[in-house]
Design a protein around this ligand. Structure first.
Ligand code: IMP
Length: 216
């Protein structure tokens, strides 16, 4: 049966990343918009996995409705639509795991990341280097046509730096120091980051899991 991944995101960068990972498998990847569905559910979960499942689940329900109404190719036409989603954030050990699942909303959704990062660096001003450990965490969820769902986690370990550096990446990258590069994750290339990133690891783990289950 023809396999298709519908990624529950409006972010084309995330779709590009999963496309790169499954490039050799001949599987089509669509954003939810390309698939003709749109959902932006409240992230009411208490973990990255729960929030990823909430997003994937609400898009999967719309996909199933669209399949039933004949607005989208579905199992009856020999197409297996797998809905995937991710949820991610920054976990700072010295802050008890904050901002965590609230990373985008931290200090206000519209507050600039310069202000968010300066706030965190200020909170950590008396914390020595060994105590400045942090990680980016990503959960990827997949919902299959029969409603079965899976989640996996990926992490990228590092330290909260003392200053902001770099213009690649997004969000909290400019103060996230990667010891193996002696640079922040905003100072390495997109390819370098994808190879070690929390999202890259979680996406590859999900692809491996679905392959092992003979879903992909
Ligand atoms: P979401 O997974 O799209 O909900 O995003 C969660 C938030 O976590 C982002 O808005 C960023 O603030 C932060 N975040 C997640 N991954 C990264 C990353 O790779 N670099 C920098 N910030 C990130």
């Amino acid at each position: 049966m023809k396999k298709r991944i519908i990624f529950a995101t409006g972010n084309p960068g995330k779709v590009r990343e999963i496309k790169d990972i499954i490039a050799d498998m001949g599987i089509e990847v669509l954003t939810m918009r390309e698939a003709g569905v749109e959902a932006d559910p409240d992230e009411t979960g208490t973990s990255f996995e729960e929030n990823a499942l909430i997003k994937a689940g609400s898009v999967a329900r719309l996909v199933r409705e669209a399949e039933k109404d004949g607005r989208m190719d579905g199992e009856a036409q020999g197409v297996c639509n797998i809905v995937m989603s991710d949820d991610s954030g920054l976990v700072v050990d010295a802050l008890g795991g904050a901002p965590g699942i609230y990373s985008a909303r931290f200090q206000g959704r519209d507050t600039s990341y310069i202000i968010k990062m300066n706030y965190i660096m200020d909170q950590l001003k008396d914390v020595p280097w060994e105590g400045r450990t942090a990680r980016f965490t990503a959960a990827v969820a997949a919902v299959l046509p029969d409603g079965t769902s899976y989640t996996v986690l990926g992490h990228m370990e590092g330290y909260i730096g003392y200053e902001i550096s770099g213009s690649n990446g997004f969000g909290y990258d400019p103060f996230f120091y990667l010891p193996q590069y002696q640079k922040t994750s905003a100072d390495i290339s997109e390819e370098e980051k994808n190879a070690i990133s929390h999202r890259g690891k979680a996406l590859r783990a999900m692809v491996e899991k679905l392959k092992a289950l003979e879903v992909l």
